[in-house]
Design a protein around this ligand. Structure first.
Ligand SMILES: [Zn+2]
Length: 511
């Protein structure tokens, strides 16, 4: 999806080569990418038949739920709006366990903790193994050492953070001149050898206006390709290191990390994200004359580790073999404590099982909670799940993932048959009471469930307000206080009502 957008923006040749090299990584780098290429206006997506579209609009046909089931949805919604379980669990994950970088002791502790909580609710818990990256951050610092107008004997700090997966500089750091390009085209236009031995900065600005009108994911998708593919493009032209402007809207000089990638046969160069303010500074100074910085990054890539997806089944009463997934990813970046990305997605999914237990509701089909592992560093947990359940797509009735924070949900994204729109229509009324009535088609709903979407499983996500998400996501400011308890509960309500609806409908969701 991010790919499509890029092509439409006439990416330069170097960029396309770099992108082709990381085609597999870009989607994971792009996080869940849910709506970045999607039509968020509620119009149909290409490929929908006229009949399906009409049906989606008018919601024709018999409701898949009885009045009693719709009343159960209302009870679940109201309980979700009052209950503090999700918030309490989020507080524990973020304050007590802390950041949960893939392969870390905190990630292992979180697996153990969430599994214990799900067992305590009476769900059937399985830990499914996944081999995951184990990258650790190390030291990260940079300073201007020479620039136009410099006061003698001074340096100036540059605020940056290593990109996930980055290789290190020598321990004493490197000193090199900075070359700034705004995009792939500018890189491509440089003379051969212009970047050799230098530090290359990709200064692509995050589109704050796009985020402000509600398309945070679109703004993120436009920028994140530089983070994903910039180091390969830089390595290919002989750069000593690559910097990218932070892919986020934050104004407080905080850098925004995220996974990057290397390609076989291309030199691996150290890579970091500078704050937007420092990118502006480097751009301004390099336009006046030569600028040299000293850069030290000492991350390490340790051997892969064993980790787990936490799976907890609330068994169906009539068709226990048919499952509806509710999920978020348990790993997080290490700068903050992973509250909005994606502790929130995990705890609103835990809340689904908790409320089914509290209200004594046992749907016909199994509701399967999954806390995915290592979404941030390549979705190894999701890949392990697909490998383990590859012949079982037919028994996956639906899959839901929440991975766009915890701000107000205005409704439900759905991927699959256009007829899903009409089929879900009765939920609009139930969720309209909390302002979550919209039903929007999208090509993709979540990074961890993308493999299921591709196998024809109807998939879903809350339509979360993304105006502010990218101010905090992947930064040191992704902390518990950023989650509004009321909005978190609204997300829990959407997840719970939708999971119950999918698991208890008369006949499965259209596919
Ligand atoms: Zn996430």
């Amino acid at each position: 999806m991010v790919f499509k957008q890029l092509k439409s923006k006439r990416v330069g040749q170097v960029g396309l080569v770099a992108l082709a090299l990381v085609a597999g990584v870009c989607s994971s780098v792009a996080q869940n990418g849910a709506a970045s290429g999607a039509d968020t206006s509620g119009r149909s997506v290409p490929g929908q038949g006229m009949l399906d579209r009409l049906q989606a609009m008018i919601g024709g046909g018999k409701s898949a739920w009885t009045p009693e089931q719709l009343a159960a949805m209302e009870r679940l919604r109201d309980a979700a709006m009052k209950d503090t379980y999700a918030l309490d669990e989020l507080r524990h994950l973020t304050y007590n366990i802390g950041p949960r970088l893939s392969g870390s002791p905190q990630a292992a502790k979180a697996v153990e903790y969430v599994a214990g909580e799900m067992r305590a609710l009476g769900a059937e818990v399985t830990l499914e193994k996944a081999r995951v990256p184990h990258w650790v951050r190390g030291e990260e610092k940079a300073e201007l050492v020479s620039w136009p107008g410099q006061a003698a004997g001074t340096t100036q700090k540059v605020v940056l953070t290593a990109l996930g997966g980055s290789v290190a500089t020598p321990p004493e750091g490197i000193t090199a001149e900075v070359v700034v390009v705004d995009d792939w085209n500018q890189l491509h236009a440089l003379a051969a050898g212009a970047v050799a031995g230098k530090i290359l900065l990709f200064n692509h600005k995050f589109d704050k206006e796009l985020a402000a009108v509600g398309d945070g994911l679109g703004a993120y998708g436009d920028g994140v390709v530089y983070r994903g593919a910039g180091p390969i493009a830089g390595g290919a032209v002989g750069a000593a290191a690559v910097l990218v402007r932070s892919v986020g809207g934050a104004d407080f000089r905080i850098p925004h990390t995220g996974q990057t990638a290397y390609a076989p046969g291309v030199a691996k160069v150290p890579a970091a994200a500078v704050s937007a303010e420092d990118a502006d500074l480097l751009k301004a100074l390099t336009s006046q004359g030569p600028v040299t910085i000293h850069l030290t990054l000492t991350p390490e890539t340790l051997p892969e580790a064993d980790s787990y997806n936490v799976i907890a089944d609330w068994k169906g009463t009539e068709h226990p073999e048919d499952v509806v997934i509710v999920s978020g990813h348990l790993d997080s970046w290490d700068l903050g404590t992973g509250a909005i990305d994606d502790g929130a997605g995990v705890v609103v999914s835990m809340q689904v099982i908790h409320l089914l237990k509290e209200l004594g509701i046992h749907p016909k089909r199994t509701v399967r909670f999954i806390a995915w592992m290592s979404e941030e560093e390549g979705s190894q947990g999701a890949a392990a799940y697909i490998a383990e359940h590859k012949d079982d797509a037919a028994h996956h009735i639906g899959a839901i993932e929440s991975d766009l924070g915890a701000d107000h949900p205005s409704g439900i994204y759905y991927a699959g048959k256009a007829a899903l729109g009409g089929w879900l229509r009765p939920l609009s009324t139930v969720l309209g009471a909390i302002g979550a009535e919209t039903l929007q088609p999208t090509p993709e709903t979540g990074e961890d469930i993308a493999g299921l979407t591709a196998r024809g499983v109807p998939s879903f996500a809350p339509v979360q307000d993304s105006r502010f998400y990218f101010n905090y996501h992947h930064t040191a400011a992704d902390t518990f206080d950023k989650v509004d308890p009321k909005h978190l509960n609204e997300n829990a309500a959407v997840m719970t009502v939708l999971a119950y609806a999918l698991a208890d409908s008369e006949g499965a969701a259209p596919r």
